[in-house]
Design a protein around this ligand. Sequence first.
Ligand code: PLP
Length: 364
Amino acid sequence: MGVKAGRVHNFGAGPAVLPIEVVEEVQMALPNLMDSGFGLCEISHRSAIFQDVVDSAMGRVRRVLSVPDDYTVLFLQGGASLQFYMTALNILRTGEMADYIITGGWSKKALAEANRVGDAQACWDGSNSGFKSVPNKGEYELREQSIYLHYTSNNTLYGTQFHEPPSSGGKPLILDASSDIAGVPINVSSHDIIYAGAQKNLGPSGVTLVILSPWAMSRVQEGIPTMLDYSVHASKGSLFNTPNTFGIFVLDCVFKWLEKNGGLDGAISRNRAKSNLLYKELDRCQFWKPHADIDSRSVMNVTWRLSNPKLEPLFLEEAKVAGLGGLKGHRSVGGIRASLYNGCSMESVQILVNFMQDFESRYN
Ligand SMILES: *Cc1c(COP(=O)(O)O)cnc(C)c1O
């Protein structure tokens, strides 16, 4: 039986679908990694073969995302959720200020963790308007003494997205890019820390990509716990302790796939085409009620309700029968969510839209 047999069209929010070529490459590597005789999950992280994997993955990350040479790239564990705390712990001193733009559940959590370290506050909070949009420039103000501005580029739960980084008045920017990294344009050099759990756009769970500017590395405080210290991981090339060897290999395969398919520009245009197709259907008739304001719509996570919410369970049930999976909205929003990450194909989105048109014609 082929690798593809029985797979659904997977719109899950994460861990998310991988390109089938990547799944096949991983399948090949499991018993014997690159003719080493050692299986992918059975090889020392200190071996020359695995060092090649790490070097390859770091090189591809730098090329695809145009990471400046003086920036540090790390593969860590603990997910984006650990970075909520780790960024603040490394950068903020007790009593120092940081400002956070709150555009959804993840940025709220990031703020709560930073508050353990310093005086972190929300400079904008969209909770009163149901997180339907991200702020425009001028809709928020940073405190004069704040050290950095933190934002979440794509709000996985609500389906909103910044289409340009927020202005920070020249202060350092820290970005949680977990759900849109390598799927939308990004200017790494205008940020000081970028972090992303891999399981949406880059690979499996358990590996977190962290990119740090020279300023961020110079701010790292002394005396923080070893495993939370960016400079420790940087000095050991992300091999201070046993990393997620499997995850780093899969991430390398995903970046290889990206490079073969037009690099970041290719991913950007595929993701735009997929989301345009789906939003066009959502705007076609009143049967669908898209959640996000038009200017803030996400290319990666598309969220909507049915104008008759009682039909939503039926929609999900029939979608499942049609081979479409992972469409249930996050519990905090309800309704439907289709995640269109890099691994999701145009074919899957076309099949979803065909299904939606058929469903609408039968129940509207
Ligand atoms: C999924 C997600 C997280 C949480 O990531 P973990 O790796 O599970 O900690 C954080 N931020 C954003 C924007 C996410 O989409």
